[in-house]
Design a protein around this ligand. Structure first.
Ligand code: ZN
Ligand code: FE
Length: 259
């Protein structure tokens, strides 16, 4: 596969998506002001190492959203090579390889000059978390919220997953969403099946088609666009309920029907 390097500069934080495996993204976060470098969900070590080498960077932290192999596969090698610290959720400390710093729900952790809030968002797995960089308004949502989709429910149940999505929905609208996989095109097709009158979705899909045909990532998305076009975030919306013939039904039932 080809590894692409696209950077995105926010306040003082660079977020660089690194393609891993077939459709995973790891993200290198580089805080220019403090020279602290981290990586989110390294499924493998080699693309991370080659990026760091090329840019003359070292690695301080490895952050994991959950324990699946396609998110933690590079932990041990990276930890050894750079003497980096592994950050993960307390409830998953038994299955995050090499974990050093154990965080709890709602805990705030400092990365360089940034404050990172941990949100426990179970459903895909029971110990899934989101890392929210408060000042920068950047959320790493792993396999819980995808652009135009949501993760499969492996360990939790639908109620948990919907509650977790609702937690993410409460973040500031301008929050940039960095998720674990490039599934957006397929997700858009799925959304269109149920929600083809949604003008915002159609617009979003056109943007995605263009990006993908140029071989570019569709990530980051932002919460405002997701709220308007991701059906899994629209289970409380009357127009979608009517479209599904589920007028006056609970949001949870709508969610269960489509997920
Ligand atoms: Zn996963
Ligand atoms: Fe995954």
């Amino acid at each position: 596969f080809a590894t692409r390097y696209i950077s995105d500069t926010t306040i003082n934080m660079q977020v660089i998506p690194i393609s891993c495996l077939t459709d995973n993204y790891a993200y290198i976060i580089n805080d220019d002001s403090s020279k602290i470098v981290g990586v989110i969900d390294p499924s493998e070590s080699s693309p991370i190492i080659s990026f760091l080498k090329k840019n003359n960077l070292k690695l301080n932290y490895i952050l994991n959203t959950h324990h699946h192999y396609d998110h933690i596969g590079g932990n041990i090698e990276l930890k050894k090579k750079y003497n980096a610290k592994v950050i993960g959720f307390k409830g998953d400390s038994h299955r995050i390889p090499g974990i050093d710093i154990i965080l709890e729900n709602n805990e705030e952790w400092t990365f360089g000059n940034s404050t990172v809030k941990v949100l426990h968002i179970p459903g895909h797995t029971l110990g899934h978390i989101c890392f929210f960089f408060q000042k920068e308004k950047i959320a790493f949502t792993g396999d819980t919220l995808f652009s135009l989709g949501c993760g499969r429910i492996f360990e939790g149940d639908h109620k948990q997953m919907l509650t977790s999505l609702n937690k993410i929905k409460k973040l500031p609208k301008s929050t940039k969403i960095y998720c674990g996989h490039e599934y957006t095109y397929k997700n858009a097709e799925f959304c269109m099946k149920y929600d083809n009158n949604n003008i915002n979705l159609k617009k979003h899909f056109e943007k995605i088609k263009k990006l993908r045909s140029n071989g570019l990532p569709t990530i980051p998305s932002n919460l405002e666009d997701e709220l308007k076009s991701n059906i899994f975030l629209r289970c409380d919306q009357n127009d979608l309920k009517i479209k599904l013939n589920m007028k006056n039904q609970e949001d949870f039932k709508v969610f269960k029907k489509i997920r």
